[in-house]
Design a protein around this ligand. Sequence first.
Ligand SMILES: Cc1cc2nc3c(=O)[nH]c(=O)nc-3n(C[C@H](O)[C@H](O)[C@H](O)COP(=O)(O)OP(=O)(O)OC[C@H]3O[C@@H](n4cnc5c(N)ncnc54)[C@H](O)[C@@H]3O)c2cc1C
Length: 424
Amino acid sequence: MADGSPADSITIMGAGLSGLAAATLLARAGREVHVHDIRHDSGARFDGDFQALENWSMDADFFDQLERWGFDSNAFKSTSFSVVDLIHPDDVVTQAKTDGVAYRIVERGTSDHTIDQAFKRMAIEAGATLHYKSRIDEKDADIVACGPKDTSAIALGEIFHTSHPNHIAFQLNDKLAPGAYSYLIVIDGVGLICTCLWRKQKKSERFLNETIACYQRLYPDMDMQPVKRVGGKGDFTLNGFYTVPETGQHFVGESGGLQDFMWGFGMRMAVWSGVLAAEEMLGGKPYEKEVRRQLLPYVQTSVANRWLMNRVGDRTFKRMCVQWMRDQKRSGDGLRWIGKLFRPSLLKRLVFRVTSPFMLKRMEGPTRPLRLPFRKAKPRDTWEQSEAALEVKARWESVRRGGGHVSFTSNAEGEAQEISAISS
Ligand SMILES: Cc1cc2nc3c(=O)[nH]c(=O)nc-3n(C[C@H](O)[C@H](O)[C@H](O)COP(=O)(O)OP(=O)(O)OC[C@H]3O[C@@H](n4cnc5c(N)ncnc54)[C@H](O)[C@@H]3O)c2cc1C
C-alpha cells in the first residue's frame, strides 16, 4: 500500500490513540503495519494537558476494557478520583462523590508518562513500524485515524505550578464557558485551568482570563505560577459510514466522529474504535456493524444532549447542578445522575432523530459526514474583563515574554486557533 510497502501490509493514517490501538492489535497478530503521522511524535497534537478518562457513561470500567483488549493500563500515569467539586453558575460549590472511580486523569503529549507515548511503546513492541513527519494520501490508508479536520468547539487552558494538593473542579457557567464547562485539575504540583468554548468568540482569551480569575476567587489558597497556555479544537461529526463501502477504509476515533458531542470526551471511543477496526481486519465482526451497535447509541445520545445544551444558559445549568446533588442525596452515589445523562434512552433517541437534521451540516467526504458547526456567539458573550481577569492577563503576558509557551494563536478577529504542531 502507501510507502511502497507490500500489498498485504496495513497502512494507518494517524499515530494517536485510535491508530496506535489498531496498530498494536494488528501487529501482535503478525500483520505488517505501517502508521504514518504528519507530526513529529505521538501526542504532539497536545502539549502536556490533562484529560479525563470518564468512567460513568457505561457499566464497564474503562481500565478493565483496556486490559481485556490487551493494553497495559499501567503503562502510563493515571490518577483516579472519586470526588469532584461541582461549581454552580452562581459560584456555589458542592461535591459529587462516589465509592468507585469517577474518572482518571491522564496527561496528553510527548512526555514518557503520557497515554500517547504508552500507546506508541505498545505499538512498537508489537512490531508496528511508525513513520513520523510522514504525509500520505488519505485514500492510501486502510485505517484513517487522524483526529480533527475542522472545528466545532475549542478549549483554552493555562498550565501552572502549584503547591495545592490534588484536586478536581468542574464548573457549569455559560459566561465563562459558553455552551460548555470549565475545569480545574491539580495533579502532583501541576495545575490546569481550562475553559471550553462551544460558541465561536472574538477575543477568546478573555474567557480563559476570566475563568482563571474566578477559580482564584473560589480557591484563594491555591498558589499559581503559570508555565504555558494550551489549546485545542474538537471536531464533531456524525458519519454516514464508518467503513467506506467503495474502498473498505475504516474511519476511527475523532476522524470517525466517535466522540461525545456534549462535552468532548473522546479517548475511550478512540481506543475502542481502533480495537473494533483491528478486529474486523483480523477476521472478526464487521467494523461498521459493531460501531453502530457498540458506540453509535452513545454518540447519538450525546448529539441529543448537545442540542439541549445549545438551548440553555445558566438558569438550566443551575437546575442541573441542583438535580445532580438531589439525586446524589437520594441514591448515595454522585455518579448515577451524570451516568444517566450520558446513557441512551428512548427520549434521547427521539430528540436525536428530530433535531440532528437541523443541527448538523452535510459535508463532502467519503464517510458522508454531518458536521456540528461552530456556533455563532450570542449577544450575552460580549462583556468587558474584570479587574481580576486583567491581572491574570498581565501575569500571563509577563510569563510569555519570559518564554512561556502557547499552543494556540488568534486570527485577525481575535478568534483562537490551534497552532499547528505539524512542523515542530
Ligand atoms: C483540549 C482538548 C481536551 C480534551 N479533553 C478530553 C478529555 O478530558 N477526555 C476525553 O476523553 N477526551 C478529551 N478530548 C478529546 C480527545 O483528545 C480525542 O477524542 C482523542 O484524542 C481522539 O483520538 P484520535 O486517535 O481520534 O486522535 P488523536 O489522538 O488526536 O490522534 C490523531 C493523530 O493523527 C495525526 N494526524 C493528523 N492529521 C494527519 C494526517 N493528515 N496524516 C497523518 N496523521 C495525521 C495527528 O498528528 C495525531 O497524532 C479533548 C480534546 C481536546 C482538543
